[in-house]
Design a protein around this ligand. Structure first.
Ligand code: SAH
Length: 250
């Protein structure tokens, strides 16, 4: 799989895609990541990529011409034509389903915004616009890294253990069950007995129930999409009914 990213700070991607699991997957040829400097497609002495918004208002917007030229030129650098992704808080919230869908693309191009965003006309180039969530970042580069990371780990061979992407959070619209490793007892905190029992049937049942409880507690919105039996639905409802309101702070 090939990724292309267009950005005004193309140097920021390299260390992340070259380290750890992504780094190994890249070294093994599972994916390629090519970063391109948007300023390559400017034609003035100052290599200008931004301008003030029509109608007034704060900050600067990315102007359309370099982006149109860059998307065209980078598309032509390889086959096939890329699936073109833009980023914006106004886009579609990114989920694991999107990662799974994008993992089926042969080639993806990210166009990373900066400043106050982009001239609206550039979105005509987009196959999709992705939001990372309801908060505002300084640029689309982190968004491109998050999507790359979530997609690459789904590619065959990227993770050592082929089982891992199947069991984890969101795979069946449930959050992952709690996991523990050694020591079995740490500073008075014990690992649940059943996980030490060696009874794999009982462990599987405990994990399923734990995932349902956790999802009901933390993300009840996910339960609508989950495939639960009658009794599992009742369990989830009991957890929701007894849920205490908790305040979040720093
Ligand atoms: N003024 C814009 C925000 C611009 S932030 C607004 O209010 O909608 C600058 C760039 O950062 C955006 O063009 C986008 O590429 C990126 N960005 C910021 N927040 C993001 C988010 N939640 N999801 C995806 N990309 C985001």
């Amino acid at each position: 799989m090939r990724f292309d990213a267009i950005s005004v700070i193309p140097s920021v991607f390299d260390s992340y895609v070259s380290a750890s699991i992504l780094g190994r997957a890249k070294a093994r040829g599972i994916f390629e990541f090519h970063a391109h400097d948007l300023r390559t497609w400017t034609h003035d002495r100052h290599r200008t990529v931004d301008d003030a918004p029509f109608g007034g208002g704060q900050g600067m917007l990315m102007k359309p011409e370099p982006i149109f030229e860059a998307v065209e030129a980078v598309s032509d650098m390889a086959e096939p034509r890329p699936h073109v992704v833009f980023f914006s808080p106004c886009g579609k919230p990114f989920t694991q389903r999107d990662a799974e869908r994008l993992a089926g693309c042969e080639r993806i191009m990210f166009v990373c915004g900066r400043y106050e965003g982009m001239d609206e006309r550039v979105y005509s180039l987009a196959d999709e616009v992705i939001s990372l969530g309801d908060y505002v970042l300084t640029g689309g580069e982190l968004a491109a890294m998050i999507v790359t990371d979530a997609v690459v780990r789904l590619l065959p061979g990227a993770l050592g253990d082929a089982q891992s992407p199947v069991d984890e959070s969101f795979a069946g619209s449930l959050l992952e069950y709690e996991q523990y490793t050694r020591p079995a007892s740490y500073d008075g905190m014990e690992v649940p007995e059943i996980l030490l029992s060696g009874d794999h049937g009982a462990i599987d049942r405990w994990r399923r129930e734990n995932a349902i409880r956790r999802t009901a507690l933390m993300r009840p919105d996910l339960l609508d999409g989950a495939n639960l039996s009658e009794s599992e639905r009742r369990l989830a409802q009991d957890v929701i009914d007894s849920r205490e309101q908790s305040e979040e702070g720093c």
